[in-house]
Design a binder for this molecule. Structure first.
Ligand SMILES: *Cc1c(COP(=O)(O)O)cnc(C)c1O
Length: 326
């Protein structure tokens, strides 16, 4: 890990993730040179960005002597599935408060939650269930540690400060420069961590593509997290730059994939053999394609798509996502 992070408590739950160019797609689009970072290949479960946050969050849980982890999310939450997997790996009990219909089909991430042995409650309002779950756990003599939606707080985002420095070290090792990173953004911790990496000196632009929030709300969320992240760290960081958040690719709302998203998923699959998800990375990739088409970057520049995972959700949508639905 980078020396500025040596002093921070962190559990090792994954290895460095690969980067590689996307030659067929770069040639097709005839714009900047496109690269990808494969956090969809992080060690646990079917991969994803939440493992990076959990490395710091679960270190704090262990330092506090917690034996039980509680977190919340949508029924198809990638964050919940990765938390359940990490708890399985560490021998911690995991309780998930999921938002959904009581008869939600057991598929995609919700199926994975079952495999990892998590205790689950489904309701319309998971946050409202939290106090009584915590009362029950305390009454049973358990020591719960609560992780917020998406693992996005001042501790979790350290995973993406570290990740940003990891990415820069990979390009340094290749002796190549990088101009921009495009990443899906929702609860904000991923982008806020990358903004802290910018404050620590990485030279590339970060463009966050919203999966649900308005650009204005997401900018406020990311800025708030980045400032909280700086305050919680005793590190020689500069002032975090203003986050760049775009909401042009949200489509009909959280979890709804429009035509542009489905086309983006098909394009990467058919040119590079790589799968995206309909909730986050499909929208972010649609954003990257549109920005390339608009000429935001020149030929000769290098732009990296940060693949944040989520592929399990493809199987919860089934053939409805195909360009010509079966
Ligand atoms: C959670 C998630 C994101 C967004 O990360 P945030 O830190 O919540 O902004 C992006 N992609 C995938 C696949 C995710 O699961």
């Amino acid at each position: 890990m980078h020396p500025i992070l040596d002093a921070l408590p962190m559990l090792s739950l994954m290895e460095q993730t690969p980067i590689h160019p996307l030659p067929r797609l770069s040639q097709l689009l005839d714009g900047p040179e496109l690269w990808i970072k494969r956090d969809d290949r992080s060690r646990l479960a079917l991969g994803g960005n939440k493992t990076r946050k959990l490395q710091f969050l679960l270190a704090e849980a262990q330092a506090q002597g917690a034996d039980t982890v509680v977190t919340l999310g949508a029924v198809q939450s990638n964050h919940c599935a990765q938390t359940a997997a990490a708890c399985a790996m560490l021998g911690l009990d995991c309780h998930l408060l999921l938002r959904g219909q009581p008869d939600a089909p057991i598929e995609g991430n919700f199926l994975l939650d079952h495999w990892f042995g998590a205790a689950m409650q489904i309701s319309a309002d998971p946050k409202a269930q939290l106090p009584s779950l915590l009362d029950d756990l305390h009454a049973a003599g358990r020591r719960p540690y609560v992780i917020p939606y998406g693992g996005s707080n001042a501790v979790g985002l350290r995973g993406f400060l570290a990740a940003g420095l990891e990415l820069q070290s990979q390009f340094d090792a290749l002796d190549l420069s990088l101009d921009a990173v495009v990443v899906a953004s929702s609860s904000g911790g991923t982008q806020a961590g990358l903004v802290l990496a910018q404050a620590a000196g990485v030279p590339w632009e970060v463009v966050g593509i919203s999966a649900d929030e308005t650009a204005q709300d997401l900018t406020r969320i990311v800025r708030g997290l980045a400032n909280a992240g700086v305050d919680a760290l005793d590190l020689p960081l500069g002032t975090p730059p203003e986050p760049v958040c775009l909401d042009d690719y949200v489509g009909p709302g959280y979890g709804h994939a429009d035509e542009r998203t489905r086309r983006a998923i098909a394009l990467l699959a058919r040119h590079e053999g790589i799968l995206l998800d309909p909730v986050y990375t499909g929208k972010a990739f649609a954003g990257l394609l549109d920005l390339v088409e608009q000429g935001r970057w020149r030929q000769g520049q290098r732009v990296l798509f940060w693949h944040t995972g989520g592929v399990a959700a493809l199987f919860a949508y089934g053939s409805a996502l195909l360009l010509e639905p079966a």
